[in-house]
Design a protein around this ligand. Structure first.
Ligand code: GCU
Length: 479
């Protein structure tokens, strides 16, 4: 059985509310290059310095007018995809979107600049755009009568990453489900491999600049699953929706800077019926999708491990949530957890037949499967094998240990699963990227207090094993 793994076991875990450092250096060897707004070409805006916290000598107030603009002249060493990080403040509660053009062509439509809480609170928004080699004109233009946010700076970071051809997102672009596979922008099936965070309410200190740099460049991960628990009894979203939504926004930006896919995990677990949270899930995903709809790397996981609930009830929940996401982000892929703690029903003495006979009425989505290899042997493997050619699947969690993420590693059975997933190009994210004391947390206890995450010296055996299996070269066809 896949059971709730943490609720009774968390008392010793320190609450880690560490703010993510968003002004990080990305994955490239070259440092990002910063451009101050006050030095850019400004139309219908003014340079001011009355709200502390800016870099350089001030910021640009766009004034409250449609069409005011700031144009940065940016030099790119080579043609390709670059992460554009805008630092800004918006002391109102209304989004102040900007259109971003590169050399006269619209690159980012209505890029969102939501309220930051105060004019002295500066935040960053990152999106990728293609630049030509040499000089580029990057122009941001206000599209509402509120004008833009106060624009502090633009930082441009190369999104080059592991291996030739760039990062996973640079190569594969916007994904979509094609048949039972996940396909890249060239319509070719791909397998994504990466890590899931532990609960961000407990292990935020494991998801920071140094650890994410290691995940992107040393582990060569394609995807980061951002695991946000929901229930207040688990210290999740319900306790502070604003805080947790903002944390997820931050992690999405960090994954984006590093060219990884960002899998936003609504980690409902207890209670097991996702319908308990339908209204909250709609609020959360609506904001996430609105903010990040221009990005190509967002995937939405709307139900982590439904349990003690029928397949029909999960289907009904999914058919309510998917249209809410699509109304904001028309091409975002959605994942839906299956019954019995994402076991295709097996842990509830059911099977994948429930799903195949009564599929979700939607497009561009996948069902999820979880396994813990020391607990879930032939019965689970058989269900996965039968389902793999019939329905689109993604493994959003697995462990080499028992269903609690604890105990001895069963690497042999884990390898049997991974070989099968590779043969079917079914993607996966491993549980979990933290230094929790259990054997399934990849880092040794205490690692996350430090800043050293590369290599294997701070990894537990499961970490060494899974890092090796994420690092192997990707097969991302481009033609
Ligand atoms: C205030 C604030 C300015 C800001 C302006 C706005 O006047 O002090 O810095 O630009 O609001 O609404 O844009």
């Amino acid at each position: 059985m896949i059971r709730p793994r943490w609720s009774a076991l968390i008392t010793s875990v320190a609450l880690a509310a560490t703010a993510l450092v968003t002004t990080s250096i990305g994955t490239s060897s070259a440092a990002p290059v910063g451009y101050e707004s006050e030095a850019a070409a400004i139309s219908q805006g003014v340079v001011e310095s009355n709200h502390a916290g800016f870099t350089g000598s001030g910021f640009v107030n766009f004034d409250n007018v449609v069409g005011s603009s700031v144009e940065y002249t940016v030099n790119a060493p080579t043609a390709g995809s670059y992460a554009l990080t805008f630092r800004y403040a918006n002391g109102t509660t209304a989004n102040r979107p900007l259109d971003v053009t590169v050399n006269g062509s619209l690159a980012l439509d209505d890029l969102a600049f939501p309220g930051t809480g105060a004019w002295t609170t500066y935040r960053t928004v990152t999106a990728n755009a293609t630049l030509v080699a040499g000089t580029n004109k990057i122009k941001t233009t206000a599209v509402t009568s509120n004008g833009g946010p106060n624009a502090d700076s633009l930082s441009v970071d190369t999104v080059q990453g592991p291996g030739p051809g760039g990062t996973p997102v640079a190569i594969n672009g916007q994904l979509r489900v094609c048949g039972t596979k996940l396909c890249n922008q060239y319509g070719k099936p791909i397998q994504l491999r990466g890590m899931s965070t532990h609960g961000i309410q407990w292990y935020a200190n494991c998801v920071k600049t140094a650890s994410l740099d290691a995940l992107a460049t040393d582990w060569k991960a394609d995807i980061l699953r951002i695991s946000m628990y929901v229930a207040s009894s688990e210290g999740g979203y319900e306790t502070n929706p604003r805080k947790f939504t903002d944390m997820v926004h931050g992690y999405i930006e960090e994954a984006t800077k590093r060219g990884m896919y960002a899998l936003v995990d609504w980690h409902q677990l207890d209670p097991g019926d996702p319908n308990v949270y339908t209204a909250k899930a709609k609020t959360f995903f609506s904001e996430i999708a609105e903010r990040h709809k221009d990005k190509k790397n967002i995937i939405y996981d709307i139900a982590n491990e439904p349990n003690n609930v029928s397949w029909g009830a999960i289907k009904s929940y999914a058919e309510q949530l998917i249209p809410v996401i699509r109304a904001k982000d028309s091409d975002g892929v959605v994942f839906v957890g299956t019954h019995g703690w994402a076991s295709l029903g097996v842990s509830d003495s059911r099977s994948e037949a429930d799903i195949i006979n009564n599929p979700i009425n939607a497009t561009n989505f996948m069902y999820t499967f979880h396994f813990y290899a020391a607990s879930h042997h032939d019965e689970y493997f058989a269900a996965l094998s039968r389902a793999a050619d019939k329905i689109p699947l993604f493994v959003t969690e697995f462990g080499t240990q028992d269903y609690r993420g604890e105990g001895a590693n069963d690497f042999a059975y884990s390898q049997k699963y991974l070989d099968f997933l590779a043969s079917k190009k079914i993607g996966w994210t491993n549980w979990n990227f933290s230094d929790d004391h259990r054997s399934g947390a990849v880092f040794k206890e205490g690692t996350c207090a430090g800043s050293s995450f590369t290599g294997t010296s701070m990894l537990k055996p499961a970490g060494v094993w899974v890092r090796d299996r994420i690092r192997t070269p990707d097969d991302f066809p481009t033609s």
